[in-house]
Design a protein around this ligand. Sequence first.
Ligand code: UGA
Length: 429
Amino acid sequence: MKLSIIGTGYVGLVTGACFAEVGHQVICVDSDAQKVALLQQGGIPIYEPGLEDLIPRNVQAGRLRFTTRTADGVEGSDVIFIAVPTPPLPDGSVDLSFIEKVAREIASAMTTYKIVVDKSTVPVKTGEKVAETIKRYGRNQVEFDVVSNPEFLREGFAVEDLMKPDRVVIGVRSPRPVAAMREVYAPFEAPMIVTDINSAELIKHASNSFLAMKISYINALSVICEATGANVQEVANGMGMDARIGRRFLEASLGFGGSCFPKDLSAFIKIAEEIGYDFRLLKEVQRINEEQMSRFVKKIKDTLWVLKDKRIGVLGLAFKQNTDDVRMSPAIELCRRLQAEGALLRVHDPQAMEKARAVLRDVTYVADMNEVAEGCDALVIATEWEAFKKLDLLRARNALSHPILFDGRNLFDVAEMERLGFIYKSIGR
Ligand code: UGA
């Protein structure tokens, strides 16, 4: 099929590449000329495992190309996916100006029937607004359908999530676009649920909020575990064996972050408020998340006492493993809090150091994770990178002035760390 994707951020780029990989003809559009030039020259603007193979392979095969002109995408495709950012506004609501602008651009470029699919995360009822806008700005009364098709991609695992989706959600106003949407997704062999547009839009916010709630739930339990001597991972294992609960997203941590959960929670709370419902449950999810960071900082202060002029090594800057994304990263927030107390930081991340440099200053960036501990008073794990499990612990222990390790991601075994002589403080264990 002929498809276009407007917006080449994490979602748009991965979606475009995967659609091309299964045989569709894909045009990726972005208004950022520099980014498009980079992509046209074979460069990849983000770190997302798998893209480095997918993009060149599909460009070479003639199934994937990049342009700055929305009109090119619209003319050359039957189905147009909108994947532009929907950033938060200061009051927690969603800035829909990019969506509105793209809807106008699509409208003015349409000359034949098109299916316009919203993939960006949007408040319920946005599809209705997009349809109104296209109708208002469209020329010649060209027919079109608006579809909601939320994405469920995790950064760092986005290619895998798109190629093998748990489900595909399609929200429509009429049956007309359903066959084409089935054809788009047929190669992925995933269960598809077809709903009205408002339900599809809600499924996205409801899913992300539920996952965030799961994390805050286990983080709240971690407090109880610490107070009672229980082990939060054992509790999660026991709970997770109940198929109704499931083990995933029950990793206690120093809190969740990223460009999705924090923003989507605020947006969902705001959407509920606008329709007259006080979503206190989700406000508590946010509160627990903020508290989890403060508790972790307190744990460090309780052990090291005064942080001023203490040297602390921090492993991890990305908001989670397998990504270079530092937006709303708990690891960056932790660094800032430690800096505010006067600590001097040596930091490392396998992928995110370049992006971190723009937001985190006055720290020493260390290229090798095994050199971070040199001359430090303590070491902190802030991101759940698999690579950190292979840290040379004996070398770290000898490099630290005192063998103290704070683990905000529960990467190591408590008994083993104690056997190695560490003062080891993790979450809920
Ligand atoms: C999340 C959802 O998982 C995706 O399904 C969704 O499509 C995406 O948002 C989106 O809306 O675009 P993402 O933000 O990439 O994906 O990352 P997650 O893997 O969900 O992790 C979010 C945060 O929660 C990270 O900071 C992670 O470290 C933390 N986390 C995750 C925990 O602290 N504990 C867990 O058990 C799981």
